[in-house]
Design a protein around this ligand. Structure first.
Ligand code: TXA
Ligand code: MG
Length: 438
């Protein structure tokens, strides 16, 4: 199968708008495609037609991560998602709708009361946007059974990406879409990431530039009491708690650290998720020597990274060490390093089509040295900056970038696990990590 990456042209004018209403709920009733969005529509229309008629999924951007979309009402097309991704079929998919009218058609009623009252405060505040809610799946349901993997509820969200809303609207059907990575890999935040994972497995990747949020949606279940967060994401638990009916929402997910696995875990013992090829070693913000970097405090990890001594110098023994810095670490994380210089400027790759919101970070490279000053490998250093939102936006991309450079091991500077998007960042990092140092 030949995989095409198609840039969706964007003149800068809005692709569409919701109803013109002051009521934040009534406003979301219909997404209207703008008559001025001709260029984008000319590209998205055949993609929408493909989604309606073919059984191979189409990758498309959302504000969180790229999704691998299929018509959620047809079993054959939903099955295509599982096979393209290599995803276990017991993991349900998120349904994406363009507006509330489409959502109600899934609930079998256009009645106001079709959506449980508790969700209204969340929908008003966070839709369109990175929040997935669980709703009861009616019987019979318009959704293909493969979407829900046998559960009595389905997960649904209205993305805020105008490109995604327009694609769904043109398709005229809700799109089931998991993140468009190969199973176990970090979620894709650029079209190139999708191509790296799914080349030859799908025919079409729509390129809309870099994703704004960078981590997936928050998944909540408001059908139980108290309501729960099933996955932390783009909407923080503190923001949920400020909404009527959600003051006492509780966390129903567990991070590795809370499962008593903060100590290094044996390789192969972990459930692989969000993982690059390289071994990821995560330093929690509680780690004692965090400000200095990792060298002095963590001789063991450094020895593992460098094969212990200079005999790595000969040929293939040279190690490539990746460093992802956030709020605390100095360049090279305190490893012995010389000649750390700008090596690559990461700017996404769709500058030509009018999207200028790319995640951008620079990669620095230098020689990794042993105690005697011999060069025993290379260091690739990426800084995601000190802002939590920027860290979330660049995280998956940085893990993938270091994989592309052939890193053997990646050291990551963790951040405080606050109730905002930082919870999502640390949740993904703990899943990606082979070892966590606390
Ligand atoms: O931001 C996102 O949510 C992205 C973009 C593409 O929209 N999608 C995404 O989908 O992350 P995926 O399939 O990678 O993650 C879906 C999550 C899983 O943790 C799944 O278990 C949960 O949502 N989920 C979906 N339906 C569910 C249901 N009925 N009950 C419980 N969990 C559900
Ligand atoms: Mg995923």
């Amino acid at each position: 199968m030949n995989t095409r990456v198609v840039a969706v042209p964007h003149s800068g004018d809005p692709l569409g708008s919701f109803d013109d209403s002051k009521d934040p709920l009534a406003r979301l009733e219909h997404w209207h495609i703008s008559p001025d969005a001709k260029d984008a529509v000319a590209t998205l229309t055949p993609a929408a037609e493909y989604l309606r008629t073919k059984d191979t999924p189409v990758a498309f951007p959302t504000e969180t991560v790229y999704g691998l979309g299929a018509d959620a009402t047809r079993s054959a097309s939903v099955k295509g998602i599982y096979s393209a991704k290599g995803r276990p079929s017991d993991n349900p998919l998120i349904v994406h709708v363009s507006d509330l009218h489409m959502l109600r058609s899934l609930l079998g009623s256009q009645d106001e009361s079709a959506i449980p009252a508790r969700y209204k405060s969340l929908i008003k505040r966070f839709w369109p946007g990175p929040l997935t809610i669980l709703l009861p799946n009616p019987d019979p349901s318009p959704l293909a059974p493969e979407v829900t993997a046998g559960l009595k509820s389905f997960g649904v969200r209205m993305p805020s990406s105008p490109l995604a809303l327009t694609l769904i609207k043109l398709a005229g059907v809700p799109l089931a879409a998991p993140s468009a990575n190969a199973s176990t890999k970090p979620s894709p935040t650029m079209a190139q990431h999708v191509k790296d994972d799914l080349d030859g497995r799908i025919e079409l990747i729509l390129d809309g530039g870099s994703c704004e949020v960078g981590v997936e949606s928050t998944v909540v279940d408001g059908l139980c009491d108290p309501p729960v967060v099933l996955r932390p994401g783009g909407v923080g638990i503190d923001e949920l708690r400020s909404c009527p009916g959600w003051e006492d929402v509780v966390k129903a997910y567990k991070d590795q650290s809370e499962e008593g696995k903060a100590a290094p875990r044996a390789p192969g013992m972990k459930y692989k998720h969000y993982s690059p090829k390289a071994r990821v070693v995560l330093y929690e913000s509680s780690y004692k020597d965090g400000r200095e970097g990792i060298v002095r405090a963590d001789a063991e990890a450094v020895a593992a990274a460098t094969n212990g001594d200079s005999h790595a110098v000969n040929g293939s023994g040279r190690k490539k060490v990746g460093v992802i810095r956030t709020k605390r670490w100095k360049p090279a994380a305190g490893l012995r390093c010389s000649k750390l210089e700008l090596y690559a400027r990461q700017n996404g790759h769709s500058q030509q089509n009018g999207y200028h919101d790319e995640t951008s970070f620079d990669v620095y490279m230098g020689d990794l040295q042993n105690g005697q000053g011999d060069a025993i490998g290379q260091i690739f250093d990426i800084s995601l900056g000190g802002e939590t939102r920027g860290i979330a936006q660049g995280l998956f991309s940085a893990l993938r970038e270091l994989d592309r450079r052939g890193a053997d091991i990646i050291f990551v500077d963790g951040i405080d696990d606050e109730l905002d998007i930082a919870a999502a960042v640390m949740n993904r990092l703990r899943k990606a990590a082979s070892e966590t140092r606390a």
